[in-house]
Write a protein that binds this ligand. Structure first.
Ligand SMILES: Cc1cc2nc3c(=O)[nH]c(=O)nc-3n(C[C@H](O)[C@H](O)[C@H](O)COP(=O)(O)OP(=O)(O)OC[C@H]3O[C@@H](n4cnc5c(N)ncnc54)[C@H](O)[C@@H]3O)c2cc1C
Length: 499
């Protein structure tokens, strides 16, 4: 045993994880298995975890180079019955989604392949990529894929969640653009998954999270993309916030806004409870050449006077939008606590104000003493065009179509500094979601859908899959039983969004 432990990278002693999965990995992959005292472990298990609430203490971190390595790890994990977790970009702000205490963390960081089909219509991408690297590579060819809107979010997690991209009105969810995947199953087999092979698993993975296998390659349809408009515009103060809320409401109610094929508006109403400062922010992306004018779809926003920050502009290359947003984002939460929670609502007059009143106003008192807290409501429109494109792409587990919309996902985000405030923030989120659900229900605006990528710990997104009412849960469980025959993903991944 001592010699196995000595195989751990950097020579640090292993902490046993329900048997000896870490020891066996260290013996087989000495340069890819990291113990708690190593720098690589710290990078993977702490630094590259977005929310502080998600930093845990895995027994070891394993960084496979390819699908074969993943398969070897899964065989070891299964045979030793070790608990484990799968991390790609580390951004899901849900404790236990990508890490664990005492088990193996499989970090996909090094599976960051990027290849383009000959005709450039399909990009094959490793889950260890972050979106900005994928975008920088594709933009050189004047093409894009429908990935995340924030540069550092991981490919791996977003593409099993759903995916709200810049191109929703053209393609639906990001998962609706996937043409195939390579997946390592609990029995250690590496399988191709697409419309023809393992079709049920293909359906399930499009929204099914980590309940079925580990995806080691995603094939995504590309779309032509050259110039684009975007950046950040932010205002400060209650008056500007009031005008901004009206602008969001008008955007949601107007076909020239929500249904504009080229526009992803991305508005947020942010409050700093400690100082009582209101800061509405727009971070849009609009396809097309807007070097001389701003897009008509955003006119209600761009006409708001006296922004405190304005980097909105036309860019020759679309990749400069996410890059500039990343550079200018002063509210980068990395290294702090962050939590999401969401509900969905019908679009109706007064909705945005209702959400702000229900979520943000109570935060003024509830989070007043939470150090460096900021809380945001982000209305994320899901248009009829979005839902039509999603439906037309083929079957997918989330299974929403135009008959279910248009609607808006009301994402609440809280970011804060000290773990001493975790309980206060979690209590606030629970209370907020309960209150918001109650007021939406009372006004007949509530819709059941919960987006997995925006969900709070404790929410159960799968119960809304299939017409928004959970019709697909039974089928998801059947697929899991068929492909995860040893219960590796069902039992040995112990937290996150379990089926
Ligand atoms: C700042 C920020 C911005 C965001 N922006 C967007 C956005 O624009 N659009 C959007 O739709 N969502 C967005 N999200 C939500 C985000 O897409 C999800 O949290 C997503 O899961 C993150 O992926 P990741 O690889 O970074 O996360 P991770 O935390 O590494 O993984 C998330 C989950 O996916 C599982 N997983 C990861 N890789 C694999 C794999 N290869 N195979 C199987 N399971 C896997 C993990 O086990 C984990 O449960 C954002 C989140 C944050 C924090």
């Amino acid at each position: 045993m001592a010699s196995l432990a000595a195989g751990l990278a950097n020579g640090a002693a292993v902490r046993h994880s329900n048997g000896s999965a870490c020891d066996q990995l260290a013996a087989k992959f000495p340069g890819r298995t990291f113990s708690p005292s190593s720098d690589n472990y710290t990078t993977e298990a702490e630094t590259n975890i977005w929310s502080l609430t998600c930093v845990m203490s895995p027994g070891c971190v394993f960084t496979p180079a390819n699908a074969n390595d993943v398969a070897s790890a899964i065989n070891i994990i299964r045979d030793t019955k070790s608990t484990f977790s799968v991390k790609s970009g580390g951004h899901m702000p849900v404790h236990g989604a990508q890490s664990n205490d005492g088990g193996v963390m499989i970090s996909m960081t090094d599976i960051n392949t990027k290849t383009l089909s000959k005709d450039k219509s399909v990009a094959s991408i490793g889950p260890g990529n972050i979106w900005v690297d994928v975008y920088s590579w594709l933009a050189k060819n004047d093409i894009a894929v429908a990935g995340g809107r924030y540069s550092n979010v991981g490919v791996g997690g977003l593409l099993v969640s759903g995916g709200i991209s810049y191109f929703g009105n053209k393609v639906g969810w990001s998962v609706n653009t996937i043409t195939g995947m390579q997946v390592v199953l609990g029995n250690g087999k590496i399988v191709e998954v697409n419309e023809k092979e393992n079709k049920d698993l293909f359906w399930a993975l499009k929204g099914g999270s980590n309940n079925f296998g580990i995806v080691t390659r995603y094939d995504m349809k590309t779309l032509p993309q050259t110039a684009a408009y975007g950046g950040l515009e932010a205002w400060v103060g209650e008056n500007a916030t009031s005008v901004f809320i009206d602008a969001v409401q008008a955007f949601l109610e107007s076909p020239e806004g929500i249904e504009d094929i080229d526009t992803e508006a991305n508005p947020s109403i942010t409050l700093i409870p400690g100082s009582g400062t209101w800061e509405p922010v727009l971070s849009p992306y609009v396809s097309g050449n807007y070097s001389a004018s701003s897009p008509p779809s955003l006119v209600n926003f761009t006409s708001i006077p006296n922004p405190a920050l304005n980097t909105l502009q036309g860019h020759d290359s679309w990749v400069n939008v996410p890059i500039s947003v990343q550079e200018d984002n002063t509210e980068d939460a990395n290294g702090q606590g962050q939590i999401f929670g969401c509900l969905s609502a019908k679009i109706a007059p007064g909705l945005v104000q209702l959400a702000v009143d229900t979520v943000l106003k109570p935060a003024l008192t509830d989070l007043a003493n939470v150090t460096d807290a900021f809380v945001a409501v982000s209305p994320e429109p899901v248009s009829t065009k979005f839902l039509t494109a999603a439906r037309n792409s083929g079957e997918y587990a989330i299974d929403l179509g135009p008959e279910n919309g248009p609607f808006v996902i009301l994402l609440t985000t809280v970011t804060w500094k000290n773990s001493a405030d975790d309980e206060t923030v979690y209590a606030f989120m629970n209370k907020t979601l309960t209150n918001l659900e109650a007021v939406l229900t009372e006004k007949d605006l509530k819709l059941p859908f919960i987006y997995l990528g925006d969900a709070a710990p404790g929410q159960y997104p799968f119960s809304t899959y299939g017409n928004g009412n959970g019709e697909n849960v039974a089928r998801l469980k059947k697929v899991q039983a068929a492909y995860d025959t040893n219960g590796v993903f069902r039992n040995l991944i112990t937290s996150g969004f379990k089926l």
